[in-house]
Design a protein around this ligand. Structure first.
Ligand SMILES: [Zn+2]
Length: 335
């Protein structure tokens, strides 16, 4: 489907210290004109059971998520997108997220601009008639969860997603990306107290899964990647079902250097808020403006701090953040 490669990471088993070469698998669909902005759809492809060396079928945990990643790659590889989509399956999840930890830390050290990660783990077992799922996020990933809830109602109305903000929920590969400062989500069947009884057992077989539900979960992951990466269409007006405004964040500074007032003109995605903060050269936060809600807004700064004093002459840093995008600029204050 795509050119695949292992990501070159091997890892040691935490219990035995034995070095394994159990590879992660990665397919890359390069973005046409914004290739350095990357979205990731991922799942772990290993499993465990009471008889792990001989019989660990792992249909729900995590054949279901792995199938979703493969299906997304098969379908989306027929199309072009502005941004890069990576389709990744990890090894070593059951040994403590080892494959994803190696992958995420390497990506971070290489400076890869991973904008968002959707991790699919156990997306096939239903404990009742509701086609519901939990979307786990941390505070830095809430924007992504909010966005994907919109995609869910637009594309897969039969699904009932619940956003769960829980930075301590580190039981799957999304946590490896949280640890490296990336925005990441976990999509998982919503079990409540009725956890899949076949979990981590030889009974975790395809017959226990609800295949129409799996299909919807795959559709949500696939549609989310397509929307986030944005279809690249030549000669036809682009059609956006959910997002009508461009995702790009922009900051224009008027009257810089300034001695009286400086103006910050902000443009941002309509579905996200933005924060605007002023720091001194030592990195101390001096001024925080109210969150910006409208798509275009002009904010003025007169050099005053949140504590009521006025800054002295010098260089200050403006930081504008919205979702995964950050812009930092200098302003110079001259008394
Ligand atoms: Zn799992």
């Amino acid at each position: 489907v795509l050119n695949t490669s292992n990501s070159g990471n091997s890892w040691s088993a935490s219990q035995t210290g034995v070095e394994f070469r159990w590879y992660n698998v990665e397919g890359v669909l390069p973005g046409v004109d914004i290739p350095d902005e990357i979205y990731l759809i991922c799942a772990h492809h290993d499993d465990i059971s009471e008889d792990p060396l001989y019989n660990a079928p792992g249909a729900d945990d995590n054949g279901s998520g792995t199938a979703a990643v493969l299906e997304a790659a098969r379908i989306l590889s027929d199309y072009q997108f502005h941004r890069t989509i990576k389709f990744v399956t990890f090894s070593g999840e059951e040994q403590g997220l080892i494959g994803s930890e190696a992958y995420a830390s390497k990506a971070e050290s290489l400076g890869h601009n991973i904008m968002g990660v959707v991790n699919l783990d156990m997306i096939g077992y239903l404990d009742d008639a509701n086609h519901d799922l939990d979307v786990y996020c941390d505070l830095g990933s809430e924007w992504l969860a909010d966005t994907i809830l919109q995609f869910s109602s637009a594309y897969v109305p039969g699904l009932i997603p619940y956003k769960v903000v829980d930075p301590s929920f580190n039981r799957s590969d999304h946590a490896s990306f949280w640890n490296e400062g990336y925005s990441a989500l976990l999509h998982i069947e919503r079990a409540g107290t009725n956890w899949n009884p076949y979990y981590h057992s030889t009974g975790d077989t395809v017959g226990t899964l609800d295949l129409p539900y799996v299909t919807e979960m795959v559709q949500l992951g696939l549609a989310s990647m397509a929307e986030l990466a944005e279809p690249y269409v030549v000669g036809v007006e682009e059609r956006d079902i959910v997002r009508k405004e461009p995702m790009r964040l922009a900051l224009v500074i008027a009257r810089n250097p300034f001695s009286d007032k400086v103006a910050f003109r902000v443009a941002k995605p309509s579905h996200l808020s933005a924060s605007l903060k002023i720091y001194d050269s030592a990195g101390r936060l001096l001024k925080e403006f109210n969150p910006i809600q409208s798509e275009k807004e002009t904010v003025t700064w007169d050099g005053s701090t949140d504590k009521g004093s006025v800054v002295s002459s010098g260089v200050y840093f403006v930081k504008l953040q919205s979702g995964p995008q950050t812009i930092s600029e200098k302003v110079v204050f001259v008394k």
